[in-house]
Design a protein around this ligand. Structure first.
Ligand code: TXA
Ligand code: MG
Length: 343
């Protein structure tokens, strides 16, 4: 157990605090920082020992590459090469923001950061503290989501603290993440850009900028999509048994009440519109169907609460798969280990 320095986001720009963080990063240490998507565990992306530490602390398989976070657009060419014109258009439209681009890597990026791949994932976050930190330390930060491997990504300080206090050198408390779901990962190494992980920058938003169709590999069976190594691991899984229920709400309601067993703690996760329909089980609402961004934002906290509440069975009523709802269902299906029932 090491001593973890806990600081508030507003303190990052104080010269003495920034100096302390810089010393940690240059010395190969780990700093957890907030972004607009989820919290990240940051280390110097150019230091192979430092990025290796991230894998150890998370318990992350070493073939799952990290995202390199930069502080300004101009740094892109230091770490990536052969940036296609379409990627430049997307950068102009969506950076800073929740879009990660996969590009061919420059030699300076070590293979521990890219998990042996010749490509690198790069993102410019839209978060004042994250940018102040990256620009302040003057180094790119490799940063995966700040959760232990397999657990839901951390979108609140208390989740980060639970998972990583005593394991990292510093945690920056930036309050709840505004988006709450990890960035869209887009493979830009081919002629047709391909979504590897859906996020808040959606397929239609990208197609609108490029004026042509793109591909989405995130819906393929896991075995068919080896390009994003992260896709093959179990993610976000609460301890209880999770099932996604597809179908009209009346049928879902009927099914849940037929399953109620007072000896098995059971919960339903659903839209706030349906809050009162499941009186016999614990209900966790994520937000109204008219506010899909709110649903995305609450998702990971709700999954963590299932463990806090000791739920053994968790039924999730499927959410509409439009726009950000596609990313929401992608995460929920992983949390359920793809266990679904259509009613
Ligand atoms: O929003 C986010 O992206 C957050 C915040 C902290 O920025 N980070 C994050 O990192 O979600 P992580 O490590 O949990 O997810 C990175 C994803 C994984 O699915 C990984 O396989 C994929 O990006 N990835 C990284 N480098 C890649 C590469 N060179 N080729 C294909 N996929 C890659
Ligand atoms: Mg992750």
């Amino acid at each position: 157990m090491k001593q973890t320095l806990i600081i508030k986001a507003e303190q990052v720009t104080q010269p003495d605090i920034l100096k302390a963080i810089q010393t940690i990063i240059i010395g190969g240490g780990l700093v957890v920082f907030p972004t607009e998507t989820v919290y990240g565990i940051g280390a110097n992306a150019l230091d192979k020992e430092a990025s290796k530490k991230i894998y150890d602390v998370k318990g992350r398989p070493s073939d799952n590459p990290l995202i390199v976070h930069i502080g300004q657009i101009e740094e892109l060419h230091l770490y990536a090469r052969e940036v296609p014109n379409y990627a430049k258009s997307l950068i102009q439209a969506f950076w800073p923001g929740p879009l990660t681009l996969i590009l061919k890597k420059q030699d300076i990026v070590p293979y521990t950061t890219t998990a042996g791949l010749d490509t690198v994932a790069i993102r410019l976050p839209k978060h004042e503290t994250a940018l102040a930190l990256i620009q302040g330390v003057k180094l790119p930060l490799a940063a995966p989501s700040a959760n232990l491997s397999g657990k839901p990504s951390a979108t609140e300080f208390k989740h980060v603290f639970e998972d990583l206090n005593g394991k990292v050198d510093c945690i920056i408390d930036g309050g709840p993440s505004s988006i709450g779901i990890e960035s869209t990962v887009l493979d830009c190494t081919k002629e047709i850009p391909t979504i590897l992980r859906p996020g808040a920058v959606t397929q239609s938003m990208i197609e609108r900028i490029l004026q042509r169709p793109i591909l989405d590999a995130s819906t393929l069976q896991v075995e068919d999509a080896p390009k994003s190594p992260g896709m093959k691991y179990t993610h976000y899984k609460p301890k209880g048994d999770v099932t996604i229920l597809y179908g009209p709400i009346e049928k879902v309601q009927e099914y849940v009440s037929s399953q109620v067993d007072s000896s098995i703690p059971t919960a339903v996760i659903c839209a706030s519109d349906y809050e009162l329909l499941f009186p016999k089980v614990r209900v966790r609402t994520l937000g109204y169907l008219s506010q899909p961004e709110w649903i995305a934002k609450q998702l990971f906290s709700a999954l963590r609460e299932m463990d806090e509440w000791g739920m053994q069975r968790i039924f999730i009523h499927s959410f509409p798969e439009v726009e950000i709802g596609h990313a929401v269902m992608n995460r929920l299906l992983k949390a359920a280990g793809y266990q679904t029932i259509t009613l």
